[in-house]
Design a protein around this ligand. Structure first.
Ligand SMILES: Nc1ncnc2c1ncn2[C@@H]1O[C@H](COP(=O)(O)OP(=O)(O)OP(=O)(O)O)[C@@H](O)[C@H]1O
Length: 228
């Protein structure tokens, strides 16, 4: 079982308090995080793989203190952003997966075979030699996801993964995410995406204000937003 634990975590950017006194343990396979723009969701999520180190309190991933084990934690926690262009680096699709694999596979031929097999798993087999920038938005998001999953993380954090996708691509990505075996933590304004998750957290002004099954947590969030 994977586990992410926050113990009394607080953080500020300059004098703006962004997270306050967060203590929570995340062990379920499917967890959603919702909250208004600026409520602190991305900062909270980025702490799970050491992209942000908290001013106070500790974050522990699978027993490792993130602040002290950033590299080890990054191998276990993959992260995808809403804009896949931030993650796609190489000129062609297959090369992008190969680049990820250079960290774990020295042999060039085996790297190519592994990359091609991964592209097939993510429905991109026919696009291997295509220039990455010519992929559609949905295909780019799949490529970004494939480049991360090829390294075998046990946890995937997705920060608004469907925001930039049209309805069809969003549905396709939802399906791909649903099929993953790994622990999945998704930040989203797409409440439909989280409806069958095991647990949804609601952040408001840097505080964890609800933590429940999706039905009651999303109702709470809607009421919070209606209050303005
Ligand atoms: N690197 C940074 N430097 C300064 N301020 C930051 C930084 N990152 C985030 N902030 C500020 O921290 C607050 C929380 O931002 P965060 O991105 O965590 O919120 P969010 O809930 O993910 O928002 P959204 O739904 O709009 O993505 C915002 O006021 C934001 O401007």
């Amino acid at each position: 079982m994977t586990s992410i634990e926050f113990d009394d975590v607080a953080h500020s950017f300059g004098d703006r308090r962004v997270l306050r006194g967060i203590s929570v343990e995340l062990t379920q396979d499917r967890i959603g995080i919702v909250g208004a723009n600026g409520s602190g969701k991305s900062t909270f999520a980025r702490m799970m793989n050491g992209l942000v180190i908290p001013d106070s309190g500790t974050v522990t991933v699978n027993g490792l203190n993130v602040a002290k084990n950033k590299r080890k934690v990054r191998r276990q926690v993959g992260f995808i952003f809403s804009d896949p262009d931030r993650q796609i680096i190489m000129p062609t699709v297959v090369e992008d997966i190969e680049l990820s694999l250079t960290r774990v596979e020295n042999d060039k031929r085996r790297r190519r075979e592994h990359a091609l097999a991964t592209l097939a798993d993510f429905g991109l087999a026919d696009h291997a030699d295509q220039p990455s920038h010519t992929l559609s938005g949905g295909q780019k998001q799949l490529l970004a996801l494939a480049s991360i999953m090829v390294l075998g993380p046990s946890i995937l954090i997705a920060d608004e993964p469907t925001t930039m996708l049209d309805l069809r691509n969003a549905a396709m990505l939802r399906e791909v995410l649903a099929g993953l075996d790994e622990q999945l933590i998704v930040l989203s304004h797409d409440l439909e995406l989280l409806a069958d998750y095991q647990r949804v957290l609601v952040l408001d002004d840097g505080r964890l204000v609800a933590d429940d099954e999706p039905g009651p947590a999303i109702d709470f969030y809607r009421r919070l937003m209606a209050r303005g």
